[in-house]
Design a protein around this ligand. Sequence first.
Ligand code: PEP
Ligand code: MN
Length: 259
Amino acid sequence: LVSRKKKPEDTVIEINGEKFGDGNQHFIFGPCAVESYEQVAEVASAIKSQGLNLIRGGAFKPRTSPYDFQGLGFEGLEILKKVSEEYGLAVVSEIVNPAHIEEAVNYIDVIQIGARNMQNFELLKAAGETNKPVLLKRGMSATVSDFINAAEYINSKGNGQIILCERGIRTYETATRNTLDITAVPILKQETHLPVMVDVTHSTGRRDLLLPAAKAALAIGADGVMAEVHPDPAVALSDAAQQMDIPTFNNFMKELLNK
Ligand code: PEP
Ligand code: MN
């Protein structure tokens, strides 16, 4: 169903006035994790000032260590909903448990499925049974073919509103957190009709590489870029080393759009 052979024209997914897949560039920013109302509101205000329409933030965090901050859960989704209504933004947030999907769709506009859950087939099917757009991230050890099959799982349940997100894969290289597989973007665009985003935060894991990676993503044909923004990254409860603070974010947008 997601194959370009089956449907030659691009799928366009409308979210809060933005049309992902329409040939324009789209942006999703926000903190790694929802930590407080004030934290999310500060980022929302910066996003709004840039004229953007979406915010991301994790309420259910799939952390490598069980002792790290796991997210605020539904309380985090409530914060996102409140802030999104105040600022007129659509919410993108990761859901990790198929049993949470039914309730979560009351709070969020886009269901994010994270790299660690790209082949959680029950979660894919549950997202496929909703009518919400799904942002599907590539698994860190997934081939392009595995990735496309994961999208197919969602579409097979009736939901074709899928945005693919390249977020880096695990290789022998240790200079970056993951290896951004930049050519996956045109391959996915050729092989599927779905919009393709690039997450520059989790792929690089390095603040100094966010801008060049974002430029590369747009140059190679990505439909947009995702990155993490936090009012004070040094005290962030997750991904402190790679989130942008607000002045850095404003400069990132200026440089990226050549303003
Ligand atoms: C995220 O975007 O919050 C995240 C955890 O990313 P990934 O699933 O790509 O690691
Ligand atoms: Mn993160």
